[in-house]
Ligand binder design. Structure first.
Ligand code: MLT
Length: 404
């Protein structure tokens, strides 16, 4: 008789955004006349920029002719894309990253879930609390997190680093020494970030204790302040301790197109073993590459026209962020984030739990957000709104919230 991977049985509930989706659909079915505004999941609403669409059309046409047809993509991704990434995301910022350290994928979500595979099962992971749920859940599936305590909503073998208003959402070095440290900066869900100096301290810490940092920079395009690093490789010593994950979802609207990449520097080693070689082995075995058409779309992100159009798109979403932040402040809420990230993190009013506020907002204002406790116990009493809606809906959502 076959057996299953029992670790899956340990996972409490369903994936956060699936739970929210089900709740909202049930409410909409029961109240078909209500116009619900969705500021929950961080899904983009603006169309793909014209320069990218043009590149995709061209690539589609190429696929229709024998001379320009493309089959399987190269293991690491097409060189034209990896070179554009290296030049624009790294060399332009003074970071040392080579094209053979870039692994093109179908997005940062899958990479952030898969990367743990190349580490030993008994590694201790450290996560910020609250945290993007994929980091913890993927380690649960791998059997790395111990047992779940329903009361504290924590895993026995996970090291939690609380990020709350009390510490300005800056994680402190944990008392127990971790082997793998997940950092998402700018942060999902709190919308806050670290200064470059604070990030450098984390890099120094990781090198000191022999830990690896899994650095999720999916929201990098939203950084507006000068003292915030766009890549962890801006920090000295990061090539020896950090893997960086990047996404085209939030900077270029590829949530439905799917494209991302992971950087594994050749200097990152465990003894003599190169993690770059390990990830290359894993990538070659388990992944057959992002589609040619999509990689050409990714290349267009770095074209002059693409860059200009995407700058406007990011500004559009950041205008929403300001609308939400200012509107909530006017209504008396305590708010964080929204300056270097497309997320606004607010304190729930009147001691409401995160889920109580979720229901209240859905029923009274027909606005969907994300309960902070869904991201971890320290998220209790907080709530996340996304700036990825369209502007008109965002303004309307705030009017409704102010009128409560
Ligand atoms: C979020 O809402 O946290 C994100 O959209 C989830 C994701 O990027 O997978």
């Amino acid at each position: 008789m076959f057996q299953i991977n029992d670790n899956y049985q340990k996972l409490p509930g369903s994936y956060l955004f699936s739970t929210i989706g089900k709740k909202v659909n049930a409410y909409q079915q029961a109240n078909p006349d209500k116009n619900i505004i969705r500021l929950g999941i961080g899904d983009v609403t603006q169309p793909i920029a014209p320069a990218i669409i043009e590149a995709m059309h061209k690539a589609v046409d190429e696929m229709g002719h024998a001379e320009t047809f493309h089959g399987y993509a190269p293991d690491l991704g097409y060189e034209f894309l990896r070179k554009a990434i290296v030049e624009n995301d790294y060399k332009a910022r003074g970071c040392e990253v080579e094209a053979d350290e870039v692994f093109v994928s179908d997005g940062a979500k899958s990479d952030s879930a898969n990367i743990q595979e190349i580490f030993a099962q008994n590694n201790r992971i450290a996560v910020c609390d609250p945290v993007y749920p994929v980091y913890v859940d993927s380690n649960v599936m791998a059997g790395r997190t111990g047992t779940y305590d329903k009361n504290t909503e924590t895993w026995s073998d996970v090291i939690y680093m609380p990020c709350t208003a009390e510490n300005n959402f800056v994680p402190e070095f944990p008392k127990e020494t971790p082997d793998m440290i997940y950092l998402c900066l700018p942060n999902n869900p709190t919308g806050t970030t670290l200064t470059k100096d604070q990030l450098q301290e984390w890099v120094d810490y990781a090198n000191r204790v022999g830990a690896v940092i899994i650095y999720d920079a999916a929201y990098e395009a939203y950084i507006s302040e000068d003292n915030v690093a766009h890549s962890i490789y801006e920090c000295k010593g990061a090539r020896n301790c950090a893997i960086e994950l990047r996404s085209f979802s939030k900077n270029a609207g590829f949530t439905g197109v799917r494209l991302g990449f992971t950087v594994v520097p050749k200097d990152l080693k465990c003894g003599d073993v190169s993690l770059n070689a390990m990830w290359a082995r894993r990538h070659g075995t388990k992944f057959n590459g992002a589609p040619y058409i999509v990689q050409r779309a990714g290349e267009a992100v770095y074209s002059e026209a693409g860059k200009a159009q995407l700058k406007e798109q990011v500004a559009y979403y950041m205008k929403n962020a300001k609308t939400i932040k200012d509107g909530l402040k006017d209504a008396g809420y305590t708010v964080f984030g929204g300056v270097n990230a497309p997320y606004i993190w607010l304190k729930t009013p009147d001691q409401m739990t995160s889920w109580e506020f979720f229901d209240y907002l859905l029923e009274k204002a027909n606005v969907v957000g994300t309960p902070g406790s869904g991201f971890g116990p320290s998220g209790e009493g907080y709530f996340r709104l996304t700036a990825f809606g369209n502007y008109e809906n965002t303004v309307q959502a705030l009017e409704r919230i102010k009128a409560l």
